[in-house]
Ligand binder design. Structure first.
Ligand SMILES: C[S@@+](CC[C@H](N)C(=O)[O-])C[C@H]1O[C@@H](n2cnc3c(N)ncnc32)[C@H](O)[C@@H]1O
Length: 264
């Protein structure tokens, strides 16, 4: 944990990426998708690799009790800064902890949660299986496991839209790339990840795309104004609908898989 790879990209990720139209859409779409499955608040949520809290702080705002774990002290500093901006009541519903996904159970001292989130993390891990074990283990019986990951079936999209045609041709079956943050990333196939959940007692419920049109516009160089809230809301509504249905969700470079742990 001494090597804080994320320190170098914490500002770029937590401030710049999330402030963009694409970032705002991601937060909105994932939040709505989660609300379709979460029990009514108050309920407990564990956010593994939660970073600066962009996905789980809105849940604290909605009344959920959030525990956020992350191994990067730079990302946790960002989370602490962002936490100050939440209403006092919501701040009191958030606990931050320094731990990686492989040691989540130990970090939460065996507590079990109504929902366990792991968004945008597995693709950065050389060995994701131990973290998947922990995600499924930390969910209470009947609890949710929510994973957001790169879509292995859409590998050619980014290089093609960036007009890197040789790379695009080589990317149809590729599972890894240097991602938009400049870090090596690996993509997952939703069917395989679903199998991995199932083998750990978590029944996949539904999967979604996270963004499509806004991502493609961004990759092809279109400028979108993140301060135009009317436009952001309109884009978000379209992406939410696209993420629910084929063929759009299959083309999204990011997918969101939600499963429910069986009663034990
Ligand atoms: C792309 S960010 C996603 C942050 C947050 N989940 C979100 O969606 O905004 C990836 C996060 O994974 C964290 N991370 C890196 N290695 C990890 C590990 N082994 N276990 C858990 N989290 C890890 C990083 O510190 C970083 O905060």
């Amino acid at each position: 944990m001494a090597d804080d790879t994320w320190a170098g990209v914490a500002d770029q990720f937590a401030d710049d990426a999330y402030a963009s139209v694409k970032g705002q859409v991601r937060t909105f779409v994932i939040h709505q998708q989660l609300l379709e499955h979460l029990p009514a608040p108050p309920a407990t949520v564990l956010d593994v690799g939660g970073g600066a809290g962009h996905q789980s702080f809105p849940l604290a705002g909605a009344g959920y009790d959030v525990t956020l774990l992350d191994p990067s002290s730079a990302m946790l500093d960002k989370a602490r800064q962002r936490l100050q901006r939440l209403p006092q009541e919501a701040q009191g519903r958030v606990t931050l902890g320094e731990a990686d996904g492989e040691h989540a159970d130990e970090a939460v001292e065996g507590r079990r949660f109504a929902a366990v989130l792991c968004h945008g993390v597995l693709g950065y891990l050389e060995q994701p299986e131990p973290t998947i074990d922990q995600l499924c283990g930390c969910a209470a019986p009947g609890g949710l496991v929510s994973i957001m990951a790169g879509n292995a079936h859409a590998g050619a999209v980014r290089p093609a839209l960036e007009r890197r045609w040789d790379d695009a041709l080589a990317s149809f079956d590729a599972r890894s790339e240097i991602g938009v943050l400049g870090l090596p990333t690996r993509a997952d196939a939703v069917e395989e990840l679903s199998e991995q959940l199932l083998s750990r007692g978590v029944q996949p419920l539904r999967w979604y795309g996270v963004w499509l049109f806004i991502d493609w516009l961004d990759l092809s160089g279109a400028e979108l104004d993140p301060t135009d809230s009317e436009q952001v809301a309109a884009v978000a509504a379209v992406e939410l609908e696209a993420g629910r249905r084929d063929p759009y969700r299959r083309l999204s470079r990011i997918f969101h898989l939600v499963g429910r742990k069986g009663p034990s």
